[in-house]
Design a protein around this ligand. Structure first.
Ligand code: AMP
Length: 285
């Protein structure tokens, strides 16, 4: 596996790979876990070559967020990607991505507005901008993203559609179901911030979400189920709930009565200084 940090060598290295067949891109911020590696395996099953990227994108972190603390472990990540058969790792320096004078921002309205978009102003502009650049740099036939970041997936799909980044009628942006720990907690690089006590408490997030979904499927009003969910999380060690909402899976509009339509439960909650997110389908009975 080659690791490349500058754009010109990236373009030269991609040329021969492209001749072998489709290229799949797996964008990440590193500190890789089984969730990331599942995306790589899905990519490998669908393409001749997998290109992974590792870039801790400063533009998607708010001023008081964890950009400096975000875990960076390039050597370990390289070894993991090599073992998975990744052909090329694109690991640009921030200055290669945003050189002096960089001035362009991509902003997707609508699907970016609520949930993490409301809780983290500017976050999805940063995501859309960097993913657009990654698509232009690598020009993949296929790109894979995790459903763990469901809203991010919706933002990227909208951007790719609106800016003609992918061929129409081809499902070039693939969502991969969330990979979880044995106790149900969604894998995340940020789980490494949790103390062992917090890690045990964090398992109440997926458990409380499942209980809320069960209650809604039994006919409990959405508002009541969400209030109970928040109470369980606060009693279980979470310090603050950023949001707990039921939304349409595609449009991300608020849903009042999930029993009569496909809907999804979205939660973001903080435990100590760590912010965890999760989402699950609500399948009506
Ligand atoms: P990140 O490094 O957190 O930016 O994530 C890189 C990609 O991996 C994104 O598409 C995420 O949605 C995806 N991802 C992160 N955690 C998981 C997980 N637990 N299961 C599936 N995909 C994940």
């Amino acid at each position: 596996m080659q690791t490349i940090t500058r754009l010109d060598p990236l373009r030269s290295a991609l040329e021969p790979l492209r001749r072998d067949g489709p290229i799949a891109l797996v964008p990440t911020m590193g500190a890789l876990h089984e969730g990331h590696l599942t995306l790589v395996r899905e990519a490998k099953a669908r393409a001749a070559h997998v290109v992974a990227s590792i870039f801790v994108n400063p533009r998607q972190f708010g001023a008081n967020e964890d950009l400096d603390a975000y875990p960076r472990q390039l050597a370990r990540d390289q070894a993991l990607l090599e073992t998975e058969g990744v052909s090329l790792l694109w690991a640009p320096e921030a200055a290669a991505m945003y050189p002096l004078g960089y001035a362009t921002n991509i902003s997707v309205s609508g699907v970016s507005d609520g949930l993490c978009g409301a809780a983290r102003p500017g976050h999805f502009d940063g995501v859309a901008t960097v993913v657009c650049k990654l698509f232009n740099q690598v020009q993949p036939d296929l790109a894979l993203f995790g459903e763990k970041d469901w809203q991010q997936l919706a933002v990227i799909r909208a951007m790719a559609r609106d800016l003609d980044l992918t061929r129409p009628h081809v499902d070039a942006i693939l969502g991969v179901p969330t990979v979880r720990e044995a106790d149900g907690l969604a894998m995340s690089s940020r789980n490494a911030y949790l103390s062992s006590e917090q890690r045990a408490q964090a398992a109440s997030l997926p458990q409380a979400m499942k209980a809320a979904i069960w209650a809604m499927n039994r006919g409990e009003p959405v508002g009541d189920a969400l209030r109970e969910l928040e109470e369980i999380l606060l009693a279980g060690g979470f310090d603050k709930i950023d949001y707990a909402e039921v939304r349409d899976p595609a449009l991300l509009t608020l849903v009042e009565d999930p029993v009569h339509q496909a809907a999804r439960l979205f939660v973001a909650a903080r435990i100590g200084g760590t912010r965890l997110i999760d989402n699950m389908a609500i399948s009506p009975l």
